[in-house]
Every structure is written in C-alpha cells, then in structure tokens.
Write a protein of this length. Structure first.
Length: 202
C-alpha cells in the first residue's frame, strides 16, 4: 500500500516527483513583510528625494506648459499648477511606497513554502500575479548559514542560506521556528554526505 505524503500545498505537490518524500514542509512567516516594507519605503523616499525634486520640477513645468498653452511664468492657470504638481506628487508617493505596497499584497495574498524532501531543498513562491519555484539537490549543498535580524529574533524566525557546491544557493527567508528548521537542514546535508562517502568507498 502506498504511504501518504506529508500534507503540503497544491503548488508544492505539483512540483514533487512521483516517489519523492517530503520530510519537512513549512511556510514563510509573513509577519515581517510589513515592517520590512516600511523600512524599504523609508529608505527609498530618503534616497529618492533629490531625484524626485529635480525631475519632479522639470516634469511639472512641462505639464504646466502644455495645460496652460504657454511657458511657465507666463500667466498659466492655477488649475494647471495644481494638476501638474498633483501628478508629480502622486508619482513620487507611488515610487516611495512601492516596497510597502508589494509587501502588503504579498502578506495578504501570497504564500512562500519551504520543503526538505529525501532528494532536495525546495522553495515555492505563489504570489499575486506569478508562481515560481527554486530547488537544489541535497548532495549539491555544502553548507547552511543561519542569520536573524532584530525583528526576526522577536518573532522567532530567521533566514537560512543553503550554499551549493556549484555556486548556486537557495534561501529560506523568514522561516518560522528557524533554529529547528536549520538543524533539520544540517542533518539532511550530513546524512547525504555520509551516504555519498560510503558509496565512494565501496
């Protein structure tokens, strides 16, 4: 009788090979997405302000000239000025808050799933407009690095970077119970290395 697989999402299930067994499956902790998005938006606004100022004034002047049917300063209507700077302001806000908007959409509608099978490490991203996956065979991973930021430490999650032997890598971002998952990654790597060493000695 065929044994049942560990409960996984439909997107991950579609990417598994017929005889592939899932050892561990978990989803990204999305609670850090909004704080990270806010931080990225603040940095974007800070570094983009000089460029927004220069090109914003140029763009607003061009819009005023078109709407007023005359050069800036030649008596253009108040409406033209309001519309022009309104458009530039809206674009500036959209650029600045883009990271936060993307993070909010991902937190609400997206899913990122991580899995360790008997063959490989897998990452599946099911976002609002696209779905993608990455994987690396366990026997091609030489080591795993673990890191956590201040927010991660508070929430009990972290990042696990799996470093491949051929320059490829895979990262489990914002993994919940990351210290436990990190240990399981290390065990999978060590067990595969032991099997390979035994096979090479035979």
């Amino acid at each position: 009788m065929k044994s049942k697989r560990k409960q996984v999402s439909p997107e991950l299930e579609k990417r598994l090979r017929p005889d592939e067994k899932v050892q561990v499956a978990t989803e990204m902790d999305k609670r850090t997405l909004i704080p990270n998005g806010i931080g990225s938006s603040i940095l974007t606004l800070v570094f983009a302000i000089p460029f927004i100022g220069v090109f914003g004034v140029m763009g607003a002047s061009a819009i005023i000239e078109v709407l007023s049917s005359g050069p800036v300063g030649s008596g253009g209507s108040t409406t033209a000025y309001i519309v022009a700077y309104g458009i530039v302001g809206a674009i500036a806000l959209l650029v600045g808050f883009y990271p936060l908007i993307v993070s909010a959409l991902a937190a609400k509608f997206g899913t990122v799933e991580y899995a360790i099978t008997d063959e490989r490490f897998i990452k599946v991203e099911d976002m609002v407009v696209s779905t993608s996956d990455e994987s690396v065979p366990i026997n091609r991973v030489r080591d795993a690095d673990y890191s956590e930021g201040m927010i991660d430490k508070f929430l009990g999650n972290g990042d696990i970077e799996l470093q491949g032997t051929q320059g490829d890598s895979l990262t489990f971002n914002n993994a919940p119970e990351s210290d436990t998952l990190y240990e399981k990654c290390q065990v999978a790597i060590q067990e595969t290395e032991a099997v390979d060493d035994y096979s090479n000695r035979k």
